[in-house]
Design a protein around this ligand. Structure first.
Ligand code: ATP
Ligand code: MG
Length: 317
């Protein structure tokens, strides 16, 4: 029986990549290659020609011939915090090295790679836009928090007033160097003309309640987890009860419809469940983190994801 060939394009120290590589080997006998885009200076380096050569450097020093891969898991590129090349200290040089590595790898996946991809870099790039996500979720019929993206102090104040003072602010894109917390819009912030106008931000109706849903969708597989926590933003202290949650089919269907419109096969969704039982859209992370959810709930996400990936690698046979 032929064993599918899989490459995982990511950056250094990606726990998800290591865990999935290990599970694919144990479960399916597949030896997946890990390609770290911030370590391309390692031999044999990256090479490509328009005639069809495409070689990426594997983490273990192997040459990964793209044409031989049945599947590329395009997990992540770019890593502002990489430990690669400590001897290169000039931030401008570092920027060129790492962004050219990532840009070349993305181009190679887009330029005629014939295997399957989870998920396509263009689709991931588009889906990372919170603006586009909100628009698509709206069109699909999701209940969204009332939203304004703005840096106009006047409009922001009017919006927050209309929310009765219960509004939050969060970043439009953020920076990979630091996770910016979602916070309640304070009177001080509203009075601070300079801060408000510095950059556009997302202002939203505050959705009250302590039921947060993190939903992993891997193809047809849907795994929802419920986090019960009073914090507005649960991401900074994971010390709260978490368990598997039976998501109604109708809700799962609406998540799949967002994925379909974004041309994605997988996504990690953040939703909020109100006390009245309403499911409110917050966002999709096209390649979000999910292993911690297995750690907190015991849900078999690694098994599910590896099976999904194996299925995608053999889908075209
Ligand atoms: N409108 C809202 N009302 C109440 N809580 C919210 C609202 N929007 C976001 N949150 C909370 O803030 C946290 C982060 O939300 P979200 O994932 O939307 O933010 P983000 O900064 O875009 O995240 P990411 O870094 O994952 O892209 C979550 O705990 C979420 O429940
Ligand atoms: Mg989020």
């Amino acid at each position: 029986m032929r064993v599918p060939r899989i490459a995982i394009i990511t950056h250094e120290r990606d726990l998800h990549a290591f865990a999935v590589q290990h599970r694919l080997r144990e479960r399916f006998g597949v030896g997946a290659h890990i390609v770290e885009t911030d370590h391309f200076y390692r031999s044999p380096g990256l090479s490509w020609t328009p005639e069809g050569v495409g070689v990426l450097p594997g983490r273990d020093g192997e040459a990964v011939e793209m044409a031989e891969m049945d599947l590329i898991w395009f997990r992540r590129v770019g890593n502002g915090r990489t430990t690669a090349l400590p001897e290169v200290t000039d931030p401008d040089y570092r920027d060129v090295i790492f962004s050219d590595s990532a840009t070349a790898a993305i181009g190679m996946v887009m330029a005629g790679y014939r295997g399957n991809v989870v998920d396509h870099p263009q689709a991931v790039h588009l889906a990372q836009s919170k603006v586009l996500q909100l628009r698509i979720a709206h069109d699909v019929g999701w209940r969204l928090p009332q939203t304004l993206i703005s840096q106009s102090p006047e409009r922001i104040r009017a919006f927050c007033e209309a929310m009765g003072g219960a509004a939050i602010v969060k970043v439009v894109g953020g920076s990979s160097a630091r996770t910016a917390a979602t916070t309640v819009v304070s009177k001080e912030l509203l009075a601070d003309e300079a801060s408000l106008s510095l950059a556009p931000a997302i202002y939203q109706e505050l959705i009250p309640g302590s039921r947060h849903l993190r939903v992993q969708v891997f193809g047809d597989r849907v795994h929802a987890a419920l986090f019960e926590v009073d914090e507005l933003d649960w991401r900074f202290d994971l010390n709260f009860p978490a368990r598997e949650y039976p998501l109604p089919d109708e809700v799962a269907k609406n998540l799949h419809e967002v994925l379909r419109r974004l041309d994605l096969k997988m996504g990690i969704f953040d939703l909020k469940l109100t006390d009245a039982g309403e499911y409110v859209w917050l966002e999709i992370n096209p390649q979000g983190q999910w292993l911690f959810v297995e750690g907190m709930t015991g849900m078999p996400l690694l098994e599910s994801f590896s099976t999904f990936l194996y299925g995608e690698a053999t889908a075209r046979w």
